[in-house]
Write a protein that binds this ligand. Structure first.
Ligand code: GDD
Length: 382
């Protein structure tokens, strides 16, 4: 699974005389092709005003091809103040699994997680670890979004992604910077993290595993975008973050559910339009045709969604309260569709044949998320 090299000793095998103080905490640094950042990071960490040997730095590397492990090894056993260890994983690269592997090896009771790319200022480490070391808090989050915190040099789209990621998580964990990768915590808390947790969201998993009982403090940090190497954050990581948020919030969002929901929606549109045309041609008034076709399509959509799209968390029989919720979401979506259409056509003078597309998209989003969270919430254990 992995190979571990560790050193708090000199190359002669004897304890380094400069490392005298007891180990207080462990810093876990995940790495994937960060060769150019290792020396600057360890230089800044070794310059901190902390007792020599009071912390260890565990690098968890996921098969870097740029010489990152060699750079770390050069520090092992050759520094008088730092205890440096290297863990080389041989599995599929994954940030969360790497951090958990590093935590499993840590000798400190308090863990700090930080990126290797110097985006997290090493000089904030003492402030970040203090609240957990002195036991006043269980978790301390290095936060960009509290007074005193900031981001420097980050492209606008990254700032927005980070903000949106934080806002979406806010109702779940009441933290301003839930996507921060710089945080400290008591080691035993990690055992509650879900076995299936993957990707860039380990702090959120940690906070959610604490079920609202954790004492959390946010410590302001100034996040500096990396100057060496590249980010490994992909669209896939962002999508899995979103999916996990939805699951933790009690709804299920997956490609499979969304596709089934879209297929049902298309059938519903066809039923709606055909019935509407038939009623109109049979002499029913506009209002009657509109209401009848809406209810017919809604009833069909509901039964298909409950038995098929969201079948995994539905008891399989018609429930009137649930159908009522389904209609509520449907009516709300219709109102939204009308509002978007009116705004685009009358307010912004967009031609109606174009305006209908964003209107349909808004309606579909409301219908889908309303169904996932309100009509058919997933009651299984996330
Ligand atoms: N072991 C391992 N395996 N390390 C990884 C992997 C992986 O699959 N992917 C990324 N890393 C390491 C990087 O080498 C770096 O040290 C750290 O994790 C952050 O990765 P980046 O890809 O540089 O992240 P970013 O700069 O875009 O920042 C985003 O993610 C961070 C996660 O810690 C932001 O959301 C930050 O707020 C967040 O701190």
């Amino acid at each position: 699974f992995l190979s571990l090299r560790s050193s708090s000793s000199t190359s002669s095998g004897l304890p380094d005389p400069a490392i005298t103080s007891a180990l207080q905490f462990s810093v876990v640094v995940p790495t994937l092709n960060e060769a150019d950042n290792i020396d600057p990071l360890l230089t800044r960490l070794s310059a901190l005003d902390l007792p020599a040997g009071s912390f260890e730095v565990i690098f968890v590397d996921d098969g870097s091809s740029d010489g990152t492990p060699e750079k770390v090894r050069a520090w092992e056993g050759h520094h008088s103040r730092l205890r440096v260890r290297l863990l080389e994983r041989r599995e599929k690269p994954d940030l969360t699994r790497s951090i958990l592997a590093g935590v499993a090896l840590a000798r400190g009771d308090v863990i700090v997680v930080m990126d290797a790319d110097l985006s997290h200022p090493p000089e904030r480490l003492p402030a970040l670890v203090a609240p957990v070391l002195n036991r006043s808090h269980d978790v301390a989050v290095g936060s960009r979004y509290v007074p005193g915190g900031s981001t420097v040099g980050w492209p606008l789209h990254r700032q927005w992604l980070s903000r949106i990621g934080g806002w979406l998580a806010r109702p779940l964990c009441d933290v301003n910077d839930a996507t921060s990768g710089f945080f400290s915590f008591r080691r035993e808390l990690s055992s509650a993290i879900a076995e299936r947790a993957r990707g860039y969201k380990i702090l959120l998993e940690l906070l959610m595993a604490g079920q609202g009982k954790l004492r959390v403090v946010e410590v302001p940090i100034c996040f500096h975008d990396r100057t060496r190497g590249t980010s490994k954050l992909s669209f896939f990581h962002q999508w899995t973050y979103l999916q996990r948020l939805m699951t933790l919030a009690g709804g299920t969002v997956s490609v499979g559910t969304a596709s089934r929901f879209a297929a049902v929606g298309l059938i519903g549109v066809a039923v709606d339009a055909l019935l509407f045309q038939w009623l109109m041609s049979s002499g029913a008034g506009l209002a009657l045709a509109h209401i009848m076709s809406f209810f017919a399509a809604a009833a069909m959509n509901y039964s298909l969604n409950s038995k098929w799209s969201f079948r995994r968390h539905h008891e399989g029989y018609l429930r009137w309260d649930q159908f009522g919720r389904f209609l509520t979401v449907g009516v709300f979506a219709l109102l939204m569709r009308g509002g978007v259409l009116a705004l685009l056509v009358y307010g912004l003078h967009v031609p109606s044949f174009l305006a209908i597309f964003p209107a349909i998209a808004a309606t579909a989003a409301i219908n889908y998320f309303g169904s996932a969270f309100y009509v058919f919430p997933d009651k299984r254990n996330p």
